[in-house]
Ligand binder design. Structure first.
Ligand code: UDP
Length: 194
């Protein structure tokens, strides 16, 4: 099996390099994927809240985000090779997008932050198409943003709405999207905005 079960969650047994290859195959085959990078906080939340566990179970891939997960896996005798964090995956996906001219949609963060993050991505990864972006302080049930994404069909959708909320938002709307990699990225836009 390609996963390791830790406290009820199936973590992908992978290096970041192999996982990027997997995601590249998804993009080439136009097969969508929902990626959760789970840290111990996410695991504990899923154990406490049934609804949130359903969100995590709806993911195509759950990766080990943080040394705590790697250590737990080791203690259980089910070693995972390395951390696969939302921040690192974001940088690797942006490099891939730059190479292959993929389009990216950015959702979340404060108004000024997301604008700056988009500018920074354009400067650093000139062949990436920014398909659109929107700040992360909107009504989570609002139809406007999912509807926009549904029509633009970006290759990669990065969502920063805070741990838990971002995964719930993706899970809630996932079925209407035909294509793309969907991933929660936490504080990544704040870092990219500088
Ligand atoms: N964020 C957002 N909308 C919200 C809550 C948070 O866009 O309703 C953004 C926030 O601006 C930041 C990112 O989500 O860019 C991560 O937020 P935070 O560090 O508070 O969440 P954590 O990941 O630590 O739970």
């Amino acid at each position: 099996n390609n996963t390791v079960n830790i406290l009820g969650i199936d973590f992908l047994n992978t290096t970041i390099n192999n996982f990027i290859n997997t995601l590249q195959s998804h993009l080439e085959d136009r097969k969508k994927a929902f990626v959760v990078t789970a840290n111990p906080e996410v695991v504990m939340k899923a154990r406490k809240e049934e609804d949130f566990m359903s969100v995590i179970k709806n993911a195509d891939y759950v990766t080990a985000d943080g040394i705590g997960i790697i250590k737990s896996a080791g203690l259980l005798g089910l070693p995972l090779p390395e951390r696969v964090t939302g921040f690192d995956l974001t940088l690797r996906l942006l490099s891939l997008a730059n190479e292959k001219n993929y389009s990216v949609y950015l959702l979340g963060g404060q108004d000024k932050v997301i604008e700056k993050a988009a500018e920074a991505i354009e400067a650093e990864y000139p062949s990436v198409t920014i398909a659109g972006y929107h700040h992360g302080f909107f009504d989570l049930n609002d139809d406007k943003i999912p509807s926009t994404i549904e029509h633009i069909k970006p290759d990669i959708v990065l969502v920063a709405l805070g741990a838990g909320r971002q995964e719930a938002w993706i899970s809630q709307h996932l079925s209407r999207f035909e294509h793309g990699i969907f991933m929660g990225v936490g504080g990544t836009f704040d870092v990219l905005a500088g």
